[in-house]
Design a protein. Structure first.
Length: 147
C-alpha cells in the first residue's frame, strides 16, 4: 500500500496537500504494539492506533490473530465516533467486543479483555461523544508510559 497524507482522523487528503505522510506501521512484538497503540489512543489518534494494531494482526498466525483484529476493530470504532459516524462506531465496537469473546476472563499480554468488552458493548448501546468514549476506554498495557 502506498502511504498518503491523512488528516488527524485518518481521512485521506489529496497527495499534493502538503500534509506529512506517515509510513505504514510495521508489525511489532505484542508488548510494543500495545504500548504504541496505548500512546496513540492517549493522543486521540485512534486511526493510527488501528493501523499499528492492524499491522500486528496481519502478521500474526493462529488463534491470537483474532485478538489483534478485535483490538484493531475497537480502535476503528473510536475512529468512526471521532468522525461523527455513530452507526459505524457502534457496529465496530460490537464486532470488536464479540471477537474478544474467546479471551473472556483472560488478560493476554495484560489486555483487560472483560473490561474492554463491557466498555465496547456499552459504547455501542449508548453512543457517547468521541472524547468521552475514548476517555472511558479501559487502558491498554503501556498506557501512560509516554511512548
Amino acid at each position: 500500500m502506498t502511504p498518503r497524507p491523512r488528516d488527524e482522523l485518518g481521512r485521506p487528503l489529496p497527495r499534493d496537500s502538503g500534509a506529512p505522510v506517515e509510513p505504514d506501521p510495521q508489525a511489532l512484538p505484542p508488548d510494543q504494539t500495545l504500548r504504541e497503540a496505548a500512546t496513540l489512543l492517549e493522543q486521540g489518534r485512534a486511526f493510527r492506533a488501528h493501523e499499528v494494531l492492524e499491522a500486528t494482526w496481519k502478521a500474526t498466525q493462529g488463534e491470537e490473530r483474532e485478538l489483534w483484529r478485535a483490538l484493531a476493530q475497537l480502535a476503528v470504532g473510536i475512529t468512526h465516533a471521532q468522525r461523527g459516524n455513530a452507526r459505524g462506531s457502534a457496529t465496530l465496537l460490537r464486532r470488536g467486543a464479540a471477537n474478544l469473546s474467546p479471551w473472556e476472563q483472560q488478560q493476554p499480554y495484560g489486555v483487560p479483555v472483560d473490561a474492554l468488552r463491557a466498555w465496547a458493548v456499552g459504547g455501542a448501546e449508548r453512543p457517547l461523544p468521541a472524547e468521552r468514549l475514548l476517555a472511558a476506554m479501559p487502558l491498554l498495557p503501556g498506557a501512560g508510559s509516554g511512548g
